[in-house]
Design a binder for this molecule. Structure first.
Ligand code: ZN
Length: 298
């Protein structure tokens, strides 16, 4: 009698992490595949999972935590299909096209919702009723979990594209979002930092004025998350958040912008406990995808 195995995919903008895990989360096989296009990525995924199944046993369900925009409504005929993603070749691509051959249940959610779930189950979000997970990397994404269930409306949330106050005199950079220009992602994601200053904040040596500028944009999302969802904790991950000093600057900017309006035990002085980085580090995404697969198992 073999264990029921879970196929898991963390689908990112530059690479896919694919894994096969036992129900308890132990990974028995793992690979990395360049995102490129579905024409190259999907066949490689299929080969990996078929080979892993030969070596380790039957895959009984798949969990996918993916970049978007993607249809994550299980009731939709287009469930698991990329929608308006600007990534060439991916619009209209569907995970069922490659995973349908296995004939098992598939659960698809966004990368940030998946990471939120991973953190809620076994990372920095343990014990939270409502939890928000935000990534600041090549893009900005945000997911909110309540009672372990990711929240959505007619589609997943798009917190990375909120408008933010932008002082054009202090920061003349116009932003890079192809849709909005200077939305949060357009001003604060990794490409905005490189376009503005030529290198990453870490390579620049974390200058306090530049940290403060980026932190203040991100803090505007943090404040909106508090006002709209009252989460028990905010987790901020992604490559940009690894910049030394940035999470501290974010706490200070968020506290300043909240201006004492919300009084609650969750909001500790200095927000040191309230605003944290991922407990699972870079493993949050694949851990979340495995957790989604566990749900697909039922
Ligand atoms: Zn935008």
């Amino acid at each position: 009698m073999t264990d029921q195995l879970i196929g898991a995919i963390e689908a990112g903008g530059t690479k896919f992490v694919a894994a096969v895990a036992r129900r308890d989360g132990t990974i028995v096989a793992e690979t990395r595949i360049p995102t490129e296009t579905p024409a190259t990525c999907f066949p490689a995924l299929g080969t990996f999972f078929r080979d892993a199944a030969k070596g380790h046993g039957t895959i009984a369900a798949f969990g996918i935590a993916s970049f978007g925009p993607i249809d994550i409504d299980p009731a939709s005929p287009a469930y698991g299909t990329f929608t308006t993603t600007p990534k060439p070749g991916w619009s209209g691509a569907r995970f069922q096209d490659v995973l349908g051959q296995f004939g098992v249940p598939i659960v698809v959610d966004t990368d940030v919702n998946g990471a939120a779930l991973g953190e809620w189950e076994s990372g920095a979000g343990r014990g939270c009723t409502t939890l928000a997970y935000t990534t600041i990397g090549t893009g900005v994404g945000c997911g909110v979990l309540r009672g372990g269930k990711s929240l959505m409306g007619f589609s997943h949330y798009e917190g990375g594209h909120i408008g933010v106050a932008h002082d054009h005199a202090a920061d003349p950079y116009a932003g890079f979002c192809p849709f909005h220009g200077d939305c949060l992602e357009g001003l604060a994601a990794g490409p905005a930092i490189k376009a503005r200053w030529g290198q990453s904040l870490t390579d620049l040596g974390s200058p306090p004025d530049k940290l403060a500028l980026i932190a203040d944009y991100v803090a505007q999302l943090a404040v909106n998350l508090v006002l709209l969802h009252m989460p028990d904790r905010l987790i901020f991950g992604g490559g940009v958040m690894k910049t030394p000093g940035l999470v501290e600057a974010l706490r200070a900017a968020t506290e300043r912008r909240l201006a004492g309006y919300i009084q609650a035990p969750q909001l500790d002085p200095g927000l040191v406990k309230y605003i944290v980085t991922p407990g699972l580090g870079d493993e949050a995404g694949i851990t979340g995808a495995i957790a989604l697969g566990r749900r697909a198992l039922g």
